[in-house]
Design a protein around this ligand. Structure first.
Ligand SMILES: Cc1cc2nc3c(=O)[nH]c(=O)nc-3n(C[C@H](O)[C@H](O)[C@H](O)COP(=O)(O)O)c2cc1C
Length: 188
């Protein structure tokens, strides 16, 4: 299975998610091509048998600037005729709870994939601020599970509602106690 991963990143966190996802997918037997979205032609997705797309949430719950031309390309080239019809896909984003629209880019990316005809196979992954050892393990497994779902070896997972803050905390290995402490210290 040829998996295409496309990502945008300013600080490197979402690039690391893409790299970890590539390793996880390869461990399930996928062959992975990974690209930075900046300057990338959306037609690259026509080569894919499975797709993972990711960007940091930017602005106030918006696309990252580097993602916008790629998203426009998807809209112009792939929405007409639903040219990703039935292609398994999932999304990953960077996020930060200090912002009102926590990780909202995930919905934007997923909606575009659906408009192109792709089939979202599992809940999108939200990585808050910066990876740690827990989130690295989680991300590799998330991508591995995605490949198994794309091959029909695991059932599809509902992707809405999107990952909550609590679920994103579980990705980062932050427990309820610590969350309360963070909130008390004004970090939550
Ligand atoms: C200008 C700016 C705007 C942001 N807006 C949001 C936002 O609306 N919602 C959110 O959850 N995170 C937001 N973030 C947090 C980033 O998505 C998060 O820090 C991410 O890990 C950055 O990924 P990167 O290291 O790949 O660039 C914003 C960050 C910056 C710098």
């Amino acid at each position: 299975m040829k998996l295409v991963i496309v990502y945008a990143s300013t600080g490197g966190n979402t690039r690391e998610t893409a790299e970890l996802a590539a390793r996880g997918a390869e461990s399930a037997g996928a062959s992975v091509d990974s690209y930075n979205a900046y300057g990338l032609d959306a037609s690259i997705l026509l080569e894919a048998q499975a797709i993972l797309l990711g960007e940091p949430t930017w602005g106030d719950g918006e696309h990252h600037a580097d993602w916008l031309p790629f998203d426009r390309g998807m809209h112009e080239l792939l929405v007409p005729g639903c040219r990703l019809q039935g292609v398994p896909a999932a999304a990953f984003v960077g996020c930060d709870r200090a912002y009102r629209n926590f990780g909202r880019a995930i919905e934007l990316v997923e909606d575009r994939l659906v408009e192109c005809g792709a089939r979202i196979m599992q809940r999108g992954l939200k990585i808050e601020l910066k990876h740690n050892e827990h989130s690295r393990v989680f991300t590799r497994q998330w991508a591995r599970d995605f490949v198994l779902r794309a091959r029909g070896e695991l059932p599809p997972q509902p992707y809405r509602p999107a990952m909550t803050r609590e679920q994103a905390d579980a990705v980062m290995g932050i427990g309820a106690d610590e969350r309360t402490g963070r909130e008390r210290r004004g970090l939550g």
